[in-house]
Ligand binder design. Structure first.
Ligand code: SAM
Length: 288
């Protein structure tokens, strides 16, 4: 099958099947061979790797993955794309197409049946409407995944990579950086896709940490505190956390822990590093 990274070949496939784009599935197919090469290069895929691709579309990135990886598992939600994928990937013997919703599939089980329980490398041009649940699901459920190289909305890539002091810094930055090292590989303009998305895109690589860079005695409490701090990001930590319905801490308890850590009692969550959030959580749990 011809290289689908070349726009004319993608258009021919779309016309042959009279494919109707489904907006609800975030379908924007890549049509730029340089971007595809860059994704493969930055994902560092080799014959020893099994790749999990989320949302193969008509199989454009999948073709590139099959050329480089030992094996590719491609999970696509749209039934209309399955016969197309069967044709566009017919030349490859190292691909398995699964018709399923990535948010519902058991990735742990998939790794056991398809990869002897060893970790996948995830590579995808993600559907933007569910970027955060997909990425957080991969990390929080502790499924066997060693690295995630994905195309996302540019603003989301910036939020994942940034630190305290920037306006993009928030719960997503802290959650991603707790589990992985984020590196933005490059920006990708709307004209590299069909149809063109309304937003700019970026490729980001998230390399999973062997163990988190900070020690949180209660991971769930750490993330409840982070979420509460950014739910009301213009409020001070003491106000945001004492207002949070799912946290049992009083203003006085929060103040005393901030003081003990040498932080101002009027500090906002947006000024705290991941390490400071972890120290704060550990001490608060101990005191209360
Ligand atoms: N990989 C293709 C490419 O780069 O040209 C298509 C990328 S397109 C941005 C996102 C793909 O994810 C679409 O094919 C869409 O149908 C699929 N998708 C959307 N939601 C999904 C879900 N919950 N589970 C699996 N695939 C999904």
């Amino acid at each position: 099958m011809a290289n689908l990274g070349i726009p004319g070949n993608t258009i021919a496939v779309l016309q042959k099947y009279q494919f109707a784009f489904q907006k609800k599935y975030g379908q924007n197919f890549l049509i730029d061979t340089r971007v595809l090469d860059k994704i493969i290069q930055s994902a560092q895929i080799g014959p020893a790797d099994t790749v999990l691709e989320i949302g193969p579309g008509i199989g454009t990135l999948t073709q590139y993955l099959c050329e480089h990886a030992g094996k590719v598992i491609a999970v696509e939600i749209d039934q209309a794309l399955i016969p197309i994928l069967n044709e566009t990937l017919a030349d490859y013997k190292n691909v398995k197409i699964i018709h399923a919703d990535i948010l519902k599939i058991d990735i742990q089980k998939l790794a056991e049946t398809e990869n002897e329980g060893k970790p996948f490398k995830v590579v995808a041009n993600l559907p933007y409407y569910i970027t955060t649940p997909i990425i957080m699901g991969l990390f929080e459920k502790h499924v066997p995944v060693s690295a995630v190289t994905v195309m996302v909305q540019k603003e989301v890539a910036d939020r994942m990579q940034t630190g305290p002091g920037s306006k993009e810094y928030g719960a997503l930055s802290l959650a991603v950086q707790y589990y992985a090292k984020p590196e933005i590989i490059g920006n990708v303009p709307p004209n590299c896709f069909i149809p063109r998305p309304k937003v700019g895109s970026a490729v980001i690589r998230l390399t999973k940490h062997e163990k988190p860079p900070v020690s949180a005695e209660d991971e769930r409490l750490l993330f409840r505190i982070i979420r509460a701090a950014f739910n009301q990001r213009r409020k001070t930590m003491q106000n945001a956390l004492s207002n949070a319905a799912d946290l049992p801490f009083s203003k006085e308890q929060i103040q005393s822990v901030l003081t003990e850590l040498g932080l101002s009692v009027t500090i906002r969550g947006e000024a705290l590093t991941l390490e400071q959030f972890a120290d704060f959580t550990n001490l608060l749990a101990k005191r209360v």
